[in-house]
Design a protein around this ligand. Structure first.
Ligand code: GUN
Ligand code: ZN
Length: 428
């Protein structure tokens, strides 16, 4: 038996980058979203659809209904190391992160953190994510099992790092074997997807980077997920190890890792050549402004990315990122852009946190824009969630309300999160 239900409220989505397609912003001040078996079957103005769905149970949802947020880059094993003091990237990894990741050799620990992490995503309105686990095969099982229970759309893959520290490294052979076993075990299950995940150029041997490229070529349905040109000290270390490469991206390119299925986190310091190559390949950048600020890495250059028409999404990058909230991350993206004299408008920021990230994850046909045929993952935002938000958004137009939610809002502004048309989180 199929279940048909409807939700009535203010609907807002941005299906394409408004920089290229200003008409991509879709807004129904009083809209109806009709859902059958978790999939959106109709959407439009309530006045136009009310008669047609008069017999369907309709739930009013006060607030602003937007697509579920999609975090294009986040590390679940770093959840308990968020807000670790004092270091930039490479020292921060050594001092705070690698010791924490070693604990994920224990499946019970991984299970507990994965459960908290996914619940925290839902509390923040995030329904899909591209996630770094650890080098341990079972850290992926823990995440995928927990995602399956919650019916969330999660993409992840065992981290490849044969040059990692003692206690946190694999080998070319074990990396391949475990990657293939995980792809076999999880392919086609629930709403899960796999990403070949070399940590970054410094953490893998040339042989492992080459094998990652081979794995990507052998499995046309998987993504490639890594870090790129994040922090100046990291970039100097990378240049010292690969003196013959044109730039950081070129290293990945030489190993077959730059394709339209590649998602690179950060890209804070990119050469013009790298931007050209990113555009040509169709690879995407997960912009992570809170992390870039926290680790002293710099500000993402939206002007340069836009000149090259790069595909962008938005990531929290917790634990270097300082919040699971993509609202808050969107507000920081605005501030990072302005630091370089660029303006990120709030509709474009919403796009980056939803359909932009979905396109990077190759799930744009499934989620991200509340379009008919897409899965009914959505969030109800409360523009009066705090006394200050309430004052700032009273009688305000849509752009002002959305911008205020991004600058002043966070998990407190998420009244409800729906996964496949079912309420998965409700603010107490
Ligand atoms: N580069 C390599 N590993 C990491 C990581 O865990 N976090 C961040 N922000 N950058 C990285
Ligand atoms: Zn990261």
């Amino acid at each position: 038996m199929t279940t048909l239900k409807a939700f009535r409220g203010e609907l807002l989505s941005v299906s394409r980058d408004p920089r290229d397609a200003p008409d991509a912003v879709r807004h129904e001040p009083d809209g109806l979203l009709v859902v059958e078996d978790g999939v959106i079957v109709d959407r439009g103005a309530y006045a136009l659809l009310a008669d047609q769905y008069a017999g369907v149970e309709t739930q009013p949802l006060p607030g602003l209904i937007v697509p579920g947020f999609i975090d294009a880059h986040v590390h679940y094993p770093q959840t308990d190391r968020i807000a670790s003091y004092g270091e930039q990237l490479l020292d921060w990894l050594d001092k705070h992160i690698f010791p924490a990741e070693m604990a994920f050799v224990d499946k019970a620990h991984a299970d507990a953190v994965a459960a908290f992490f996914l619940d925290e995503l839902l509390r923040n309105g995030t329904t899909s994510a591209l996630v770094f686990p650890t080098v341990h095969e079972r850290s992926v099982d823990a995440l995928f099992e927990a995602a399956l229970t919650r019916r969330m759309r999660i993409v992840s893959g065992k981290v490849l790092m044969d040059q990692g520290p003692e206690g946190l490294k694999d080998t070319v052979a074990s990396g391949r074997e475990e990657t293939e076993a995980l792809i076999r075990r999880w392919r086609g299950r629930g709403r899960l997807g796999y990403a070949v995940t070399p940590r970054f150029a410094l953490a893998s041997s040339d042989a492992q980077l080459a094998d990652a490229g081979a794995l990507l070529a052998e499995h046309p349905d998987v993504l490639m997920h890594t870090h790129l040109s994040e922090n100046r000290h990291e970039i100097a270390a990378v240049a010292a190890r690969f003196p013959d490469s044109a730039d950081y991206l070129d290293i990945y390119d030489r190993f077959g890792l730059v394709t339209s299925r590649s998602v690179f986190a950060h890209g804070v310091h990119l050469s013009e050549r790298a931007c050209h190559r990113l555009h040509e390949s169709g690879a995407g950048i997960a912009v992570c402004p809170s992390s870039n600020l926290f680790l002293g890495s710099g500000h993402f250059d939206f002007g340069q990315a836009d000149r090259h028409h790069l595909r962008l999404g938005l990531g929290t990058d917790v634990g270097a990122g300082t919040s699971f909230s993509l609202l808050r991350t969107a507000g920081l993206a605005y501030q990072a852009a302005l630091a370089r004299e660029d303006r990120l408008d709030p509709f474009r920021a919403l796009y980056l946190a939803t359909a932009g990230s979905a396109a990077l994850l190759h799930i744009g046909d499934k989620v991200g824009a509340l379009e008919v045929g897409q899965e009914a993952d959505f969030v109800v935002l409360d523009p009066a969630a705090t006394p200050l938000l309430a004052r700032r958004t009273a009688d305000a137009d849509l752009a002002t309300r959305l911008f205020a939610l991004q600058i002043l809002g966070d998990d407190r502004a998420v009244a409800r999160t729906y996964v496949l048309g079912e309420c998965a989180w409700q603010r107490p």
